[in-house]
Design a protein around this ligand. Structure first.
Ligand SMILES: Nc1nc2c(c(=O)[nH]1)N[C@H]1C(S)=C(S)[C@@H](COP(=O)(O)OP(=O)(O)OC[C@H]3O[C@@H](n4cnc5c(=O)[nH]c(N)nc54)[C@H](O)[C@@H]3O)O[C@H]1N2
Ligand SMILES: Nc1nc2c(c(=O)[nH]1)N[C@H]1C(S)=C(S)[C@@H](COP(=O)(O)OP(=O)(O)OC[C@H]3O[C@@H](n4cnc5c(=O)[nH]c(N)nc54)[C@H](O)[C@@H]3O)O[C@H]1N2
Ligand code: SF4
Ligand SMILES: [Mo]
Length: 765
């Protein structure tokens, strides 16, 4: 007998008439989920699903991945190249030839008139790796500007800089499987359930099995904090103080791993001398975490099993010894992950070094469950770090090293003297140079600084000053295109062919599922056409096919940290991604064993003395703390914390047009404490005005206990909103902006109708 809904109104899953599924990797976040897109008989993409036998996501997707196929036909896509003489004039449709000639001619004109570095190229973490490599070859090998950088300066540059300072090279040493081996996880400034939902799911599954201790450091009660054994609501921007105090306790109580420190590190004496100043009593006054909590967290991290499960924790159902992958027993392991709460700070690079210090002094690098794992942001922020040449030359080679310059010049057939001898400006510095009139032209590729850089008013002024700007974006309505003289319509995601690298160094494949709309072209095609214009005489080789470019990159990677010489497009797709390093030698060995899946590199630095510094040792670096942030005061008494929501992606050029994403938060809002709202006379659902020293913005008030009384949280996804307010002081090492620490005041708005109208304008789409 049928009951209820089954009988009355059974749910029917619409038959979309899918005849084929095609393979890709999700193009939003760096989790790197394997996706299949379903095509109907007409070849139209109509559905997306997770790939069951992919190790990363095991069949799952989050709500961005599930609707990703809707991008192909979403509103605002660029269909043809556009040209205009001045940025405030109307656009004129143009041919590809005319647009690309214009780009070439303006680059050369500006370089001739003002010097080679007066033209800047800004790239992204959201293209495919073969595209990054090709753009790098074009920029470093033919165009020759040293002011070439990417939006990763807004995102991962603190992690990159911190890894380089500690370990001698960039490259996250851990993997998702570490959750299955760890005894303690500290998450610093990372809202995993919303920003990396499938990594969160992997972590949660592992935690349900073994109930390791989870400690979350975040000024907000995020969903991750709600799930933690301990939530440390830190004073914004002071994580380094907490880290120093934890190290103080670890050394004082003799909890450090002396053998590991002796075999693998330099600098322990200087570190001990510095952290001696950060006793928990003194530190507590700065970072807002009480002294007892500091001690418990330090002990739990250094001795995760001796400390036993924290309050509320169930005892671990499985013992310890079987956790070693090799089958033998291994010591308790503790790991740390972090994201923008650390990187986006004036102490971003130091925060990363502090995390690495904690990992090194307790011997928690390169072992199962013991790692210091930066959770990457954009889908291919890793690919750009490895291959774009933004910060140097391919595969973590640096411009400062003459041997690296020689190697790459010989490989590309260019003159090594053409390469600069040191890295040029980073993106944030490039904007300041634009303001100062040193940079006259710009090519923006897959990034939207007018929405994403701090202090929009200043960015506008800088963009208005440009003699020439080219925007290459899959959407014509990106805010930055307002200031462009040339607009190049690009394909996106699975309209293109190539690979991306995820947070755990897994290289995964995207196959071209559908062509770009109208006359739009894949970014790779655009770079190759630009290259033809600079490569008279075809001196440098630019292969057309992504698969061939990948093999070329493989040859350039032999013996390097990110060795991919054992991979090719087919093998990658077949195994749903392979982690680097994976050398040709390893591939030959794997092949000789028959069908076994490739043994890519799960972890880095797994044996003593294998760090990238010349002596194989990592550096322990003292971190004195100077508070240079903008902090709340009488005039601007509230912290402005900015970040993200699960349903939206950055400036919403994509998710703002997908109904099933946009409906969850179509207008800007703030999380505000009910007590603060009451004090200001603000009701739930009313619009408020936020004022900083830079500007003002309007958002709807949603009272919630998630934020302390002296802080509001504002998602930065909305047009002309969060970054009108942010200051974005730069980290001295990474030049990354402190997006999460600005001071504002909040004002009640009398005329709610006018405010609602303004807020609708901010939704833009
Ligand atoms: N849905 C969705 N997912 C995304 C993205 C997206 O736009 N949408 N973007 C991707 C990208 S590029 C990135 S970089 C990642 C970002 O991923 P996350 O960094 O996890 O996300 P955010 O919301 O920027 O910030 C994380 C947390 O940092 C906290 N925080 C603020 N100040 C401090 C501080 O001083 N100390 C500490 N410890 N924490 C602090 C905030 O309260 C916030 O909860 O997400 C990626 N995933
Ligand atoms: N206040 C505040 N500001 C922030 C942050 C914060 O936490 N708070 N976070 C910062 C961080 S971590 C990041 S990563 C940045 C992100 O900053 P942006 O890079 O500016 O953000 P997106 O909106 O993702 O911009 C990507 C652009 O590329 C286009 N695009 C997408 N795919 C393709 C493609 O395949 N080809 C081409 N040619 N175009 C494509 C999109 O339409 C979009 O216009 O924002 C930063 N800004
Ligand atoms: S978790 Fe990230 S990679 Fe996976 S489906 Fe969601 S947005 Fe895509
Ligand atoms: Mo990011």
């Amino acid at each position: 007998m049928l009951f209820g809904r089954k009988k009355k109104n059974p749910i029917k899953i619409a038959d979309k008439g899918i005849v084929a599924w095609k393979y890709a990797t999700c193009g939003y976040c760096s989790t790197g989920c394997s996706i299949e897109v379903g095509l109907n008989a007409e070849g139209t993409p109509v559905s997306s699903r997770g790939v069951a036998d992919a190790d990363v996501n095991r069949g799952k997707l989050c709500l961005k991945g599930i609707f990703e196929h809707e991008l192909f036909t979403s509103a605002g896509r660029g269909m043809q190249p556009l040209l205009r003489e001045r940025w405030h004039e109307p656009w004129q449709p143009a041919t590809w030839d005319a647009s690309l000639d214009k780009l070439h001619d303006e680059i050369r004109r500006i370089q001739t008139e003002h010097g080679p570095d007066a033209f800047a190229i800004i790239s992204t973490g959201q293209m495919l790796t073969e595209e990054f490599y090709t753009l790098g070859k074009l920029t470093r090998g033919l165009i020759g500007t040293n002011n070439y950088d990417g939006n990763t300066t807004l995102c991962m540059s603190s992690a990159v800089s911190g890894y380089k300072r500690s370990f001698g090279s960039d490259g996250p040493p851990g993997c998702y499987e570490d959750f299955e081996h760890t005894d303690c996880l500290i998450a610093w400034g990372s809202n995993l359930p919303e920003q990396h939902p499938i990594i969160y799911w992997r972590m949660k599954e592992a935690q349900e099995q073994r109930n390791f201790t989870l400690i979350v450091v975040d000024p907000r009660v995020t969903m991750l904090a709600q799930n933690a054994h301990m939530h440390l609501a830190i004073t914004p921007g002071t994580d380094v103080v907490l880290m120093n105090a934890m190290m103080h306790v670890i050394f004082k109580e003799g909890l450090e791993d002396k053998r590991y420190i002796a075999a693998n590190t330099n600098g322990v004496e200087a570190l001990m001398a510095e952290v001696a100043k950060y006793d928990p009593v003194t530190a507590a006054k700065i970072c807002g975490i009480d002294e007892d909590t500091i001690r418990v967290v330090a002990r739990t991290f250094a001795r995760p099993r001796a400390a036993g499960p924290l309050q509320g924790a169930r005892s671990s159902p499985s013992g310890g010894s079987e956790r070693s992958e090799q089958g033998g027993s291994h010591s308790p392991a503790a790991m740390q992950i972090w994201t923008m709460g650390i990187n986006q700070s004036t102490h971003g690079s130091d925060g990363v070094v502090g995390i690495n210090n904690l990992a090194l002094i307790t011997g928690n690098v390169g072992k199962p469950g013991g790692t210091s794992l930066s959770i990457t942001g954009q889908c291919n922020a890793m690919g750009t770090r490895e291959w774009s040449s933004c910060s140097g030359l391919p595969n973590y080679r640096v411009l400062e090293n003459p041997q690296h310059r020689e190697e790459v010049a010989a490989f590309w057939n260019v003159d090594p003297a053409f390469f600069p001898k040191k890295r040029g400006m980073l993106q944030t510095d490039i904007y300041q140079a634009m303001e100062a009139g040193q940079i006259k032209g710009m090519w923006l590729i897959a990034t939207n600084p007018l929405s994403s850089l701090p202090n929009t008013a200043r960015i506008r002024k800088a963009m208005e000053k440009l003699e020439f700007c080219c925007v290459q974006d899959c959407y014509q309505d990106s805010e930055s295109a307002q200031y462009a003289h040339v607009y190049l319509p690009a394909g996106t995601w699975a309209e293109k062919d190539g690979v991306m690298t995820n947070t755990e160094r897994r290289v995964n494949r995207i196959t071209p599922i559908t062509p770009p709309p109208g006359e739009a072209q894949p970014d790779l095609w655009i770079f190759n056409r630009v290259a033809e214009r600079f490569n008279r005489g075809a001196k440098v080789n630019f292969p057309e096919k992504a698969g061939d470019i990948f093999l070329e990159m493989g040859r350039l990677s032999v013996g390097r940290l990110a060795d991919i010489s054992g991979m090719n497009h087919e093998l990658i797709e077949q195994h749903r991604g392979i982690q680097w390093p994976y050398s040709a030698e390893q591939a030959a060995f794997d092949q000789s064993r028959g069908e076994a899946p490739p043994k890519g590199g799960k972890r880095l630095y797994t044996v003593d003395g294998s760090f990238s510094y010349a002596d194989g040792k990592a550096k322990l670096i003292p971190l004195p703390f100077i508070d240079n942030n903008e902090v709340p005061d009488e005039k601007f008494p509230i912290w402005l914390n900015t970040g993200r929501l699960i349903e939206h992606w950055h400036g919403r050029t994509k998710t703002g047009k997908i109904g099933n994403n946009n409906k969850f938060s179509p207008i800007p809002f703030i999380e505000i404490s009910p007590d603060l709202a009451a004090e200001l006379g603000i009701q739930r659902g009313e619009y408020v005005r936020m004022v900083s020293r830079r500007g003002d913005a309007v958002a709807m008030a949603t009272p919630t206990q998630r934020v302390p009384k002296n802080m509001v949280f504002l998602p930065f996804h909305f047009h002309d909103c969060a970054n009108r307010l942010t200051l974005g002081l730069l980290d001295p090492h990474s030049r990354q902006p402190a997006y999460k620490q600005s001071a504002i005041r909040i004002e009640r708005i009398e005329d709610q109708t006018a405010a609602a109208k303004l807020s609708m304008e901010m939704r833009k789409f």
